[in-house]
Design a protein around this ligand. Structure first.
Ligand code: LMR
Length: 397
C-alpha cells in the first residue's frame, strides 16, 4: 500500500528541534524555533497562568465537550483584545471568533473556509514569509505566490515592490499580512505604510488575512494591535489569526483563534456557522485547558495586568539581547555592520547569513537557526550569547 510513498523532508522549523535534541554538542543553542526562553535558558511558566490554574483547580470541573467554536468567554476575550471591548465592531456583533488550535489552527480554519468560498482565488504571502504559510495555504488547495517584502540591500522592506504587487493583484486575491513582528525578518511596516497597504487592499478588493502570532512582542499589546483598528476604520471585512502560544508561554496548549470581521451581525452569524462546519469536519471541537486559563486571565483585571507586565518583561529582555548580540558580534571580531539587529522587532533576527553558514553553525558549533538565516533572539541569554557570537564570527571570517 505504501511502497510508493516518498519520505517527506523534515519540517524547516520544527524539524530542527529533532536534530537539536539529538545533537551531543556540549554548548548547543537552539535559536531555531520561535520560542521565548528566560535568562536562565528555561521556558517560563507565567505567574498569571499559575494563578489562573490555581483558581481553576480550586473548583475542579468535569470535562465535557466544548462547543464547536470553543469557550464563549475565551472567544469574547479574544474579540476584546483584538478589536477593543468597546469598539463598534464588537458591540455591534460584527466579529465571528472561534477558538483554534494555536495560530496555525486559526490560519487553517480560515484557509479552508476561504477555499470553500472561492477555490480559484490566489494567495499572496510575503517574500520571505513564515515557512508554513505557503505549505498551509497550498494544502488548503490554493495557488500560493508571493509579494516582495525583504530587501537585503537596505536591511529593510522593499515597500514599493510590495505595493506594486498588491496593486497588480486580481480582485479576490487573499493577501497574508504579518500584523507585527514579521516572521522571519523582524521588519514591520510603519503606520503610514500600513495605510497604503490598506488603501491597496480596498482599491483592488483583496482579502486581507492578518497573522498576529506575536502581539505584545514589538512595542506592547495595544501598540502592536493598533493595525487592526486601521483595517476596521477602512470599512474592510478581513481575517485575523491570533495566538497565545508565545504571549502566554502556553505553546503546548494550542491556544489560538480565528476572527473574521463581517459587515453586520447577520453576516457574522452566517460566517460563524460555516467556520463551525470547518472545525467539526476537521477535529470536531477544541480542547479545554489552555483556553480556560487564558479566559481566566483576560477576565480578571488583576491577572490581566500581571500578564501585561510579564509579557513586557519578555519584550524588554529580547531587546536587551538584541543589543548584546550586536555588541558581542563586534567584540568577537565581526567587522560587518550588524546594527540592523536592533531595528528588527519580535522574536526573530534575519541575520543575513547564508544557508552554508547556517549549516556550519549547526554542524561545527551546535548553534541552530533556520537555513534562511533566521535566528530566534528570544532564546539568547548571558550564558549562551558568548558562544553564539564567537561561532557566528568564525563562520563569517
Ligand atoms: C516559528 O516560526 O518558529 C514558530 O511560529 C513556531 C512554528 O510553528 O513554526
Amino acid at each position: 500500500l505504501f511502497s510508493r510513498i516518498d519520505m517527506a523532508p523534515r519540517d524547516p522549523i520544527l524539524g530542527l528541534n529533532e536534530q537539536f535534541n539529538a545533537d551531543s554538542h556540549p554548548s548547543k543553542v537552539n535559536l531555531g524555533v520561535g520560542v521565548y526562553f528566560d535568562e536562565n535558558g528555561k521556558l517560563p511558566l507565567l505567574k498569571c497562568v499559575q494563578s489562573a490554574e490555581e483558581k481553576l483547580m480550586s473548583t475542579p470541573k468535569a470535562r465535557g465537550y466544548l462547543p464547536i467554536d470553543g469557550i464563549a468567554a475565551y472567544d469574547q476575550g479574544v474579540k476584546n483584545l483584538v478589536f477593543g471591548e468597546s469598539s463598534e465592531a464588537v458591540t455591534r456583533g460584527r466579529v465571528a471568533t472561534v477558538q483554534a488550535l494555536g495560530g496555525t489552527g486559526g490560519l487553517k480554519i480560515g484557509a479552508d473556509f476561504l477555499h470553500a468560498m472561492n477555490p480559484a482565488a490566489k494567495v499572496l504571502i510575503s517574500d520571505p514569509s513564515w515557512e508554513n504559510h505557503r505549505a498551509l495555504f497550498g494544502r488548503a488547495g490554493f495557488t500560493v505566490e508571493s509579494y516582495p517584502y525583504f530587501d537585503a540591500a537596505r536591511a529593510g522592506i522593499n515597500f514599493e515592490g510590495m505595493i506594486a504587487a498588491l496593486t497588480a493583484a486580481e480582485p479576490g486575491t487573499i493577501v497574508v499580512l504579518h500584523a507585527c513582528c514579521h516572521n522571519p525578518t523582524g521588519y514591520d511596516l510603519t503606520p503610514a505604510q500600513w495605510d497604503q497597504v490598506i488603501a491597496a487592499v480596498k482599491e483592488r478588493q483583496l482579502v486581507a488575512f492578518l497573522d498576529m502570532a506575536y502581539q505584545g512582542f514589538a512595542e506592547g499589546l495595544a501598540q502592536d494591535g493598533a493595525v487592526i483598528a486601521r483595517f476596521v476604520a477602512a470599512g474592510l471585512s478581513f481575517f485575523v489569526s491570533t495566538s497565545f502560544s508565545k504571549s502566554f508561554s502556553l505553546y503546548g496548549e494550542r491556544v489560538g483563534a480565528l476572527s473574521v470581521l463581517c459587515s453586520d451581525k447577520d453576516e457574522a452569524a452566517r460566517v460563524l456557522s460555516q467556520l463551525k462546519v470547518t472545525i467539526r469536519t476537521n477535529y470536531s471541537n477544541p480542547p479545554t485547558h489552555g483556553a480556560a486559563v487564558v479566559a481566566a486571565v483576560l477576565g480578571d483585571a488583576a491577572l490581566r495586568a500581571q500578564w501585561d507586565e510579564e509579557l513586557g518583561a519578555m519584550r524588554v529582555r529580547i531587546k536587551a539581547m538584541r543589543q548584546a548580540l550586536v555588541e558581542g558580534l563586534k567584540a568577537a571580531g565581526v567587522t560587518r555592520d550588524m546594527s540592523f539587529i536592533t531595528t528588527q522587532a519580535g522574536m526573530f533576527s534575519y541575520s543575513g547569513l547564508s544557508k552554508e553558514q547556517m549549516v556550519r553553525l549547526r554542524s561545527e558549533f551546535g548553534v541552530y537557526g533556520t537555513d534562511t538565516g533566521r535566528m530566534c533572539v528570544a532564546a539568547l541569554n548571558p550564558g549562551n550569547i558568548g558562544h553564539v557570537c564567537a561561532s557566528i564570527a568564525k563562520v563569517l571570517a
